[in-house]
Design a protein around this ligand. Structure first.
Ligand SMILES: [Zn+2]
Length: 243
């Protein structure tokens, strides 16, 4: 029953996430105007707005102009539902799970925005950090871990930037690092950063070959975070670490 609730709320938040992604990414308001088709501008009816189901019934097209709706919409909805289940699975049915789920949801939105625009809006970024602070019982320890990880990344960024004589990492990555510290603890965040860097190597090289100077890093930070959030205790047991 808990998982049915998690999936339902996940789909609804995922639907809201699509609004956040498509509007905040472009610097528009999240609240006004009402949902509309980006092509023909017609306002959507309530039954065009049902997560996942509307996409399936409309065949992935706008009900008015038949313009194709991006596959990213149902993907974000399903991914959010899965993240909510992940938070429930790891944290149990308590209010910390809600904060963990929403923090992961913000990281998902940030990832898609960063992937699409190479920018990460501060509003969503700080929301992820603030939510992550409440994802476990020990608020003070979470705050401390957030500050240490963000501070360490800040120093790393300054060192790297002076070494290569240009901006290394984005400021947004540092705030995401803070959320990772709060959510995963120090060793967990370190492990997640390691996974993120490891997974990002191949895409970054391919991107450079194609002539794109920048590779969005937040999606990889989010993937690393999810891996450690779900399997951190098992990985730590293999490594003999004490989380
Ligand atoms: Zn349309």
């Amino acid at each position: 029953m808990d998982y049915i609730i998690a999936i339902s709320f996940g789909l609804v938040f995922g639907s809201f996430g699509n609004v956040v992604i498509s509007r905040i990414g472009k610097g528009e308001s999240v609240v006004f105007p009402a949902s509309h088709c980006p092509k023909c501008g017609k306002s959507l009816k309530w039954f065009h707005n049902i997560p996942l189901l509307s996409y399936i019934f409309l065949g992935g097209k706008c009900a008015f102009c038949r313009e194709k709706i991006g596959l990213i919409y149902p993907i974000v909805e399903c991914a959010t539902a899965l993240l909510f289940c992940a938070a429930l699975y790891k944290t149990g049915a308590n209010y910390h799970a809600i904060f963990a789920a929403l923090a992961l949801f913000c990281l998902l939105c940030l990832s898609v925005i960063d992937f699409q625009t190479l920018h990460a809006p501060d509003s969503v970024n700080f929301a992820a950090l603030a939510l992550a602070l409440f994802a476990t019982t020990d608020l003070l320890a979470n705050l401390q871990n957030a500050l240490i990880v963000a501070g360490a990344l800040c120093l790393l960024r300054m060192a790297l930037s002076s070494a290569i004589q240009k901006e290394a990492m984005g400021e947004a990555d540092i705030i995401v690092g803070g959320a990772m510290g709060a959510l995963l603890g120090l060793l967990g965040a370190l492990l997640a950063l390691y996974f993120a860097a490891l997974i990002a190597i191949a895409p970054a090289l391919i991107n450079r070959k194609k002539g794109n100077a920048q590779t969005p890093f937040i999606p990889f930070l989010a993937i690393g975070t999810l891996i450690v959030f779900l399997f951190g205790d098992r990985i730590a047991a293999i490594l003999g670490w004490n989380f």
